[in-house]
Design a protein around this ligand. Structure first.
Ligand SMILES: Cc1cc2nc3c(=O)[nH]c(=O)nc-3n(C[C@H](O)[C@H](O)[C@H](O)COP(=O)(O)OP(=O)(O)OC[C@H]3O[C@@H](n4cnc5c(N)ncnc54)[C@H](O)[C@@H]3O)c2cc1C
Length: 298
């Protein structure tokens, strides 16, 4: 566990340093875990977990903050305890991507979007990449000294022998809510549900555990059953006494493996793949990028 936490912390700090907090919308309102009856025994483990994380964070990572449940307007008959961590923050991923593209351009890196790679293989002293052109009818071929494959949950299409499980996440965002009572990032039910404020809106996602089979897909579609569950939890747990409207919904695809850690592997001397961020790729990716470089022998 410690190794993964350390990498996430190091990764996000690298990202902040590289792009700048202002350009990624970094805000530190802290993070909270909402604990229901079923998960109450986990509260007794806080001291143990804080002890384990002592060498990564300077002070206690988690503390109980039950007084805030009412202040934030959550349903006190369901949320029985709340655990707070000052080390959790939020970023604006749209701003972050835009800053990353600008940063890459400033280094002379050219990013080509909308170009689907069909095959990729190592030749004698180069890597050959064959992609569809924009019409999808003709093929384009690129040669490269080396290649890094970061296609995550979509990798099986390119390399059927690489096993990675897609996991779709359903997300909704509310319209601005007058008098929204909380700021921060929040999780409950072992991380299967997650929400945060974005200004005075709520972004709320999760519920994959309600329909694992249908959510193990690379299709960007909405799942009504899960979205209804998210709305129900907004009504009963998060905003029991407040009026709100849903603005829009979307889905995103994550890549999972059995070891629940990212995999970085050579598939030949010149080709490395970095996959399966297991839903932690925003935090981990800058760290992973450093690790990838160590894999190249040429
Ligand atoms: C709802 C949701 C919430 C999340 N919350 C968090 C969070 O709080 N913290 C966190 O750290 N992480 C979070 N994540 C996870 C994070 O978004 C992912 O781990 C991260 O996006 C993985 O990055 P990646 O570049 O490896 O893969 P992806 O972002 O999946 O990118 C893969 C890219 O490869 C492209 N591609 C695929 N096949 C081909 C092909 N044949 N040719 C060309 N291009 C191809 C795809 O179009 C895509 O752009 C969340 C994810 C979701 C869906």
């Amino acid at each position: 566990m410690n190794e993964l936490v350390r990498k996430r912390f190091e990764g996000i700090n690298l990202l902040r340093k590289r792009l700048g907090d202002d350009r990624i919308g970094f805000i530190n309102y802290g993070g909270y875990e909402l604990i229901d009856d079923k998960h109450l025994p986990s509260v007794d483990k806080i001291a143990f977990v804080n002890g384990k994380l002592k060498d990564i964070f300077t002070t206690d990572t988690f503390e109980i903050m039950n007084g805030t449940i009412k202040e934030f307007g959550f349903n006190e008959s369901i949320v029985k305890s709340m655990i707070y961590s000052s080390f959790e923050s939020q970023i604006d991923t749209g701003m972050m991507m835009s800053a990353l593209l600008d940063y890459a351009a400033s280094l002379g890196i050219r990013i080509i979007n909308g170009c689907e790679v069909e095959t990729l293989g190592e030749k004698e002293n180069y890597v050959e990449v064959i992609a569809k052109n924009s019409s999808g009818k003709e093929k384009i071929s690129f040669n490269a000294k080396s290649a890094i494959i970061c296609t995550n949950a979509f990798t099986e299409k390119l390399f059927p022998e690489i096993k990675i499980k897609p996991g779709r996440g359903q997300v909704l965002v509310t319209k601005p809510i007058e008098g929204l009572k909380f700021k921060g990032v929040f999780h409950f039910d072992e991380g299967f549900y997650y929400f945060r404020n974005f200004e005075n809106r709520i972004i709320f996602g999760g519920g994959r555990n309600l329909d694992f089979d249908n959510e193990e897909t690379t299709e960007f579609e909405l799942n009504e059953k899960i979205l209804n569950d998210l709305k129900e939890k907004l009504n009963t747990v998060i905003l029991p006494d407040q009026k709100y409207e849903i603005d829009f919904c979307w889905s995103g695809i994550m890549g999972f493996n059995d070891i629940k850690k990212p995999e970085i592997k050579n598939i030949s001397d010149r080709i490395v793949f970095a996959l399966s961020c297991n839903g932690m790729g925003i935090a981990l990716s800058s760290y992973i990028a450093k690790d990838i470089l160590k894999k190249f022998t040429i």
